[in-house]
Structure formats: structure tokens, C-alpha cells
Design a protein around this ligand. Structure first.
Ligand SMILES: NC(=O)C1=CN([C@@H]2O[C@H](COP(=O)(O)OP(=O)(O)OC[C@H]3O[C@@H](n4cnc5c(N)ncnc54)[C@H](OP(=O)(O)O)[C@@H]3O)[C@@H](O)[C@H]2O)C=CC1
Ligand SMILES: O=C(O)[C@H](O)COP(=O)(O)O
Length: 486
């Protein structure tokens, strides 16, 4: 059966199991509408629990074989995958744009970034070597005892990415899992599932052995728990909301987890900062893809002595943002769905009710919320603490580095933070006190480049991504001790 069928001109995408595209026996499909045009862009299968079981069975069977395939041969398939993605980049970018409302340019950049990530992951894996140890380096240990330590695959990895990078954040899980000798059960975000299917089409074209990767499409609310609790899953790599991630962590069994969750990344602007640089970085960090990035700058903690100047510069930068349809290449685009837009509007309304100053924005057209800048935000306002995942930026005025650090650390999140200052010593002093996975100095908060470690603490996650960290998290060490005859 092919990837798609077509009913009344609308494509129905099949799910992928044991190297074949199949229609679910559930007879149910999920309509995928474009977030900005509401056009029905396709349907995906709502698969059954029995089909989940079957996918996991195939994965386990094939994983045993795949783990014995020489690394160079495994690398060959993944390099081919990267080449196929580049070949299909325009087709896939078009789908990403229609499905998650990202501009075509950003969507194509995501596909190219993904091919680069896959190649770098393979290269890194080819140069990851184990180590050996000799017994006599420990008191009383024998010279004739030699330990050989290598990394081995975990088995079947459940990869669950979010909607906002439906290809890049999926491949960032699949590539390290596969090159390390694992098999994968891929559960795409429903709004992003067609993009994920296109990505797997490219992988299928690479000739990857059947059963190694299986796509299980269906709403997380319906099959998510079943997948997470399934005894056939040996590791889960999840990226998404903190509430979903916390629920997942409580349900998963005794298996390794990597969770990349939400954030409330602060942009800390000191009195001595280069305000022009800070304004450009903050607006780019806060409003690209309408702030639908876990690493978006989601609040500004600015020294009161330079706050007025910064607000004026931010207002100028925001005025230059393109607002509208992703098909026109806009930066600020309609949010992923009505509920998300309602949530963001609620944060704005709450802040204004509590006397925040509206500098610009608070204008809405269905899912499209115009970039909104709120000044004089205080700690009693929801927008000071809650993650909008939308184009709203609160300004909180502080009187010292200590106050900025306190407010930053009182967040339940701990993904990244940006510090803008000309004093590198102060930058490191503050960075060392901020409770996040990463700190950017004089730059916007962001995950890339993809070989950097990417870490969330507190409600922002558990474990680490970034290419090498992902390879390590999807393998474990195996020790073989050689006892030589004396
Ligand atoms: N730290 C990071 O790197 C990132 C964090 N995020 C965070 O994710 C949120 C927005 O992204 P969004 O996709 O809406 O996040 P969600 O948490 O709603 O969904 C993330 C993924 O989890 C799936 N899922 C939903 N329920 C379950 C369940 N019970 N068990 C297993 N999987 C489930 C979803 O499937 P389905 O779509 O079918 O519901 C989706 O594939 C924001 O909070 C944002 O901060 C987003 C991107 C990156
Ligand atoms: O999950 C996300 O939103 C991404 O990890 C953010 O990636 P970026 O910082 O490269 O946009």
C-alpha cells in the first residue's frame, strides 16, 4: 500500500509498520487542518492498541539484527536518509508550513538543519570509542585483570516530539537511536504527523531494513499512556509540554527517560548592556515563529535605570516584524490552534487587568496574535511566570543583579537564560547563580547549534540532548573483564 490514499481529493496518510504503509483496522482517521487557513490538508490514521503492540513486536525483532550490523553499514543508511531529506526539502518544507504554520523559509531551514544533524550524529557515533581499565590501578588489583568498556544499544526507543519542529526534533531522536543500534517507535505530534510521515518516507527511500522504525499515529491523549507504559519500550525520548512530560515520567516504568519540556527563559539586561544588541536579540528570541519555541525569551528582567531606553528600542524592533501568513514569509504567524491563542490572550488580559502597561500589540485576528509588549509587569501577574508559547513579552524592572537572579530562579522552569552585559566577569557571576540548563551571554536563548548540550532542569526537563548527549542517553555501558592467566 502506498503512503497515501485519497478520498474526495483529500490525502489520507497511512501509518508505517514493518517497512509498509498501512491503513489502520480502526477505520478511524484524524483530520489535520492548517492552523492559518483551516484548510483540510490531510488525514492520518488513528491506530489501535493492537497495532501499537504489533509495531513494538516488529521493532524488537529487527533491533536484535540491527545491533549486529557493522556501524559503517548503519551509517550508510543514515547518510542516505540525510541525502533524501535534502532532495525532498521543498516538498517537506511545504507540508511543514501548511501543517504547523511556519514560514516556508523557516521550514526549509528546519529540513536542511535536520540533514546536517543526521550527518553530524553519524560522524560523532563513528568516533565514539569505549575504554579499557587495568586491575592494578586499584589497591590490591591484579595486572592480569583488564576491563573492556563499550556502549551498547538499549533496545526499542519511543520517540515523541512536539509540533513546533515536527522534523528536526523527531530526527534529533531517531538518528542517535538508530546509529546506536536501537529500533524506534515514532509517535509524532498529531499536528505535525504528516510532516513526520514525509520525513519517514525519506528514511524508507534510504533502504533502511524493515521494522526498525515504525510510526504510530494517533492522539497522545488516546494512545500516549499505552505507549509510555508498554513493557516493550526500553527508553523514552520526549519533547513537549511540562504537564505532559511530568505525566509521562510518572507512568513510565524502570526505563531511561530524556525529557525536554517547557521554559520561561528570561532575558536579563544589566545597566551596562549594549541595548541595541539586547533589543535585537530579545525580539528575535521572543517572537520568531510567534514565540512557539521552548527556548523563546519569555520575559525581560531589565535594570530600572535603562528600562525606558530598552522599551523604546524593543518597540522599534517589534514594529519591524512581519505579521501575517507563513505563506507570505511572516515571522509572527497564527498560533497552532484556537486554544493556544485563547491561553495567550488570557495572559495579556490578566496583566492589563492588574495594571501592566501595553506598549504595543494586544490585537488578535482568530489564531493570529500581534506581537505584544507589556511593561511594568509585576510578580502578581500570570505572564511573569507562565509559559505563553506565543508572541507576548513581559518587561519586569529590577534594581539589582540579585533581584534579577531571585526572580529568574523563582521560576518553576529552568531551560535557558540570556544575560546582556559588557562585563564578562559579572556575566559569569550571574550565570553561575542562574538555575537553568544553559545560559547565553549577549545572545538570544536557543537550542542550536545542535551539537551543543541542550538541557532542561526543574520543570524544563530531565537528562540532556544535543548530539553527543543523545547518543550517550540511547546507549548504556557494557563491561567485559578479561582475566589473563598469571
Ligand atoms: N523543551 C523543548 O525542547 C520543547 C518544549 N516544548 C513544549 O511543548 C509545549 C507545546 O508543544 P506541544 O506539542 O503542544 O506539547 P504537548 O505536550 O501537548 O505534546 C508533545 C507530544 O506529546 C504527545 N502526547 C500528548 N499526550 C501524551 C501522553 N499522555 N503520553 C505521551 N505523549 C503524549 C503529543 O501528541 P499529540 O500531538 O497527539 O497530543 C506530542 O507528540 C510547550 O509547553 C513547549 O514549551 C515544545 C517544543 C520543544
Ligand atoms: O523545542 C523547541 O522549541 C526547540 O528546541 C527550540 O529550538 P531553537 O532554539 O533552535 O529554535
Amino acid at each position: 500500500m502506498s503512503v497515501t490514499g485519497s478520498v474526495s481529493g483529500v490525502k489520507t496518510y497511512n501509518f508505517y509498520i514493518n517497512g509498509e504503509w498501512k491503513r489502520s483496522t480502526s477505520g478511524k482517521t484524524i483530520n489535520i487542518h492548517s492552523p492559518y487557513s483551516d484548510e483540510l490538508i490531510g488525514k492520518v490514521q488513528a491506530i489501535t492498541k493492537e497495532e501499537v503492540d504489533e509495531a513494538i513486536r516488529f521493532a524488537h525483532g529487527m533491533q536484535k539484527v540491527w545491533a549486529e550490523v557493522p556501524l559503517q553499514d548503519r551509517a550508510h543508511y543514515l547518510y542516505n536518509w540525510a541525502d533524501e531529506l535534502i532532495y525532498m526539502q521543498d516538498e517537506i518544507a511545504e507540508i511543514i508550513m501548511k501543517e504547523v504554520g511556519k514560514s516556508f523559509k523557516d521550514a526549509r531551514n528546519e529540513v536542511v538543519r535536520t540533514a546536517d544533524l543526521i550527518r553530524y550524529t553519524v560522524d560523532e557515533a563513528l568516533h565514539m570509542h569505549g575504554e579499557s581499565m587495568k586491575g592494578d590501578s586499584f589497591p590490591g588489583g591484579s595486572q592480569s585483570k583488564i576491563a573492556v568498556i563499550q556502549r551498547v544499544p538499549l533496545g526499542v526507543v519511543l520517540a515523541i516530539p512536539p509540533f513546533n519542529y515536527p522534523v528536526n526534533l523527531a530526527a534529533a531522536k531517531l538518528a542517535p537511536a538508530l546509529i546506536s543500534g536501537n529500533a524506534v517507535i515514532f509517535k509524532p505530534a498529531t499536528q505535525g504527523a504528516i510532516s513526520g510521515i514525509k520525513m519517514i518516507q525519506a528514511l524508507h527511500q534510504s533502504g533502511l531494513p524493515k521494522g526498525l522504525v515504525n510510526i504510530v499515529t494517533g492522539r497522545g491523549s488516546e494512545i500516549g499512556d499505552y505507549l509510555v507504559e508498554h513493557e516493550g519500550i526500553n527508553m523514552i525520548s520526549f519533547t513537549g509540554g511540562s504537564n505532559t512530560g511530568t505525566r509521562l515520567a510518572k507512568k513510565a516504568g524502570m526505563i531511561p527517560l530524556v525529557l525536554e519540556l517547557g521554559g520561561k527563559d528570561p532575558g536579563i539586561v544589566r545597566e551596562d548592556a549594549d541595548l541595541n544588541l539586547a533589543a535585537k536579540q530579545i525580539v528575535s528570541g521572543a517572537f520568531s515563529y510567534s514565540g512557539q519555541r521552548c527556548t523563546a525569551i519569555k520575559r525581560v528582567l531589565v535594570h530600572e535605570n535603562v528600562a525606558d531606553q530598552l522599551v523604546d528600542l524593543l518597540k522599534e524592533e517589534i514594529a519591524a516584524l512581519s505579521v501575517g501568513s507563513p505563506e507570505d514569509g511572516c515571522t509572527v504567524v497564527p498560533l497552532i490552534d484556537q486554544n493556544s491563542a485563547d491561553f495567550v490572550q488570557g495572559l495579556i488580559d490578566d496583566a492589563l487587568t492588574k495594571n501592566a502597561s501595553l506598549i504595543t500589540g494586544n490585537k488578535r485576528e482568530q489564531n493570529l496574535i500581534y506581537p505584544t509588549l507589556l511593561d511594568h509587569v509585576t510578580e502578581d501577574m500570570r505572564v511573569a511566570w507562565e509559559e505563553p508559547f506565543g508572541p507576548v513579552l513581559p518587561i519586569i524592572r529590577v534594581s539589582s543583579d540579585e533581584e534579577a537572579i531571585r526572580i529568574a530562579n523563582e521560576s518553576e522552569f529552568g531551560l535557558q537564560a540570556s544575560i546582556f552585559t559588557k562585563d564578562v566577569n559579572k556575566a559569569f557571576t550571574i550565570a553561575n547563580k542562574i538555575e537553568t540548563g544553559s545560559v547565553q551571554i549577549n545572545g538570544r536563548t536557543e537550542r542550536g547549534p545542535d551539537h551543543f548540550p541542550f538541557i532542561g532542569v526543574k520543570k524544563s526537563g530531565m537528562g540532556a540532548q544535543g548530539i553527543r548527549k543523545s547518543l550517550e542517553s540511547m546507549t548504556r555501558e557494557k563491561v567485559t573483564v578479561l582475566n589473563l592467566s598469571e
